[in-house]
Design a binder for this molecule. Structure first.
Ligand SMILES: Cc1ncc(COP(=O)(O)O)c(C=O)c1O
Length: 347
């Protein structure tokens, strides 16, 4: 990416970075205050979370995700770290993940020395495996899995005994009428071998705090907890306090989702006017699009406009004719980028 970054920087009006999914809006004040109020923190934090945080996580799981039945919760240091370490913690020998996906699923399998298996969406085509990653809404595509698709994944798990880790970090960012759902809602209380992975990084602009959580089968969570008790990875107490208030408030999360929806509404038509076909723009923080050319050609064209995006093959070879455009930039930068793209038009 370095040459394209350098090219983008040469633009007379400056470079606009739409290549990283990193939040740019401020952490809400009430969350910062909770963190600051817990600055005096001499003891080790509790791995399972404070009673207040555990109650907030459970309430959020029930009220926002629709989780029922027997389930447990556990705070995590971010969710990238959890994704990277879960196959190691569960001692998985084989890991399935989507063929266009967040790269850490593959990296986590490699760290564990497990066999990585790229999969199609349809769970009826999957071979046996110990651990399966699914991701809806998807990074990078923005695709939302419908309930039938989750049901097929649950049926696969029932048949094979595989643990399903459903990465739902972007669940709070719908872009159209279709609402993303949690695998645990589809499971309707039968949570065996299912865990949902959530993050406050984007929902609450807490990427710098490293705050995530998992929800699901108490037996799977007990296994993870047992390792974590000895391996550390406890969430710092000030972050636990910040998570507690963040999970207790939906207003700021809805406002943030609205910001991304508005940014998408500015950027997407500009990309379309320049010949990009936008796919699966149902949710999440990215626009996944293609002009039917190599991803590097699209990246080069945008770099000449001073705009940096991500080539699709970074998410697997099947993405080699797509690019990912992140909506995680200020309103001003998104407007500037849309203006440059619309003015350039079709090449
Ligand atoms: C699909 C997906 N899962 C997990 C993560 C990790 O998020 P965090 O570690 O900030 O919680 C990301 C971050 O971009 C992601 O795109």
């Amino acid at each position: 990416m370095a040459p394209y970054g350098a090219r983008a920087k040469e633009h007379v009006d400056g470079a606009i970075d739409l290549s990283q999914g990193t939040p740019v809006d401020p952490t809400p004040d009430f969350i910062q205050e909770a963190l600051q109020a817990a600055a005096d923190s001499p003891r080790y934090p509790v791995t399972i979370g404070t009673p207040e945080l555990r109650a907030a996580m459970r309430d959020w799981a029930i009220n926002t995700l629709g989780v029922t039945g027997d389930f447990d919760v556990l705070p995590t240091i971010g969710s990238k770290e959890l994704v990277a370490l879960l196959p190691t913690i569960l001692q998985s020998k084989s890991v399935i993940y989507p063929k266009i996906a967040y790269p850490t699923y593959l990296v986590g399998a490699m760290i564990a020395g497990a066999k990585p298996i790229e999969s199609e969406i349809d769970a009826t085509t999957w071979p046996a495996a110990d651990l399966v990653w699914i991701n809806s809404p998807s990074n990078p595509t923005g695709r939302i899995a419908p309930a039938e698709e989750f049901q097929a994944v649950i049926d696969y798990s029932r048949k094979t005994g595989a643990v399903i880790a459903s990465d739902e970090c972007y669940l709070g960012f719908p872009a159209g009428a279709q609402q993303p759902i949690s695998i645990l809602k589809v499971a309707a209380g039968e949570n065996k071998n299912l865990i949902a992975v959530h993050s406050l990084s984007k929902r609450s602009n807490l990427a710098g705090y490293r705050a995530g959580l998992i929800i699901g089968d108490p037996e799977v969570i007990a296994k993870i907890l047992e390792v974590r008790k000895h391996a550390g990875l406890m969430v710092p107490l000030p972050v636990q306090r910040a998570m507690t208030v963040a999970l207790g408030d939906e207003v700021h999360a809805l406002k943030q989702a609205e910001k991304y929806r508005a940014r998408r509404a500015v950027l997407q038509p500009a990309l379309e006017s320049a010949g990009f076909k936008v796919e699966f723009t149902n949710a999440g923080l990215y626009i996944w699009c293609s002009r039917g050319e190599s991803d590097w050609d699209s990246i080069a064209w945008l770099a000449d406009l001073g705009i940096l995006c991500t080539p699709g093959h970074f998410y697997g070879p099947a993405g080699a004719r797509h690019i990912r455009v992140a909506l995680t930039a200020s309103d001003t930068d998104i407007e500037k980028a849309a203006d440059r793209i619309a003015k350039a038009g079709r090449p």
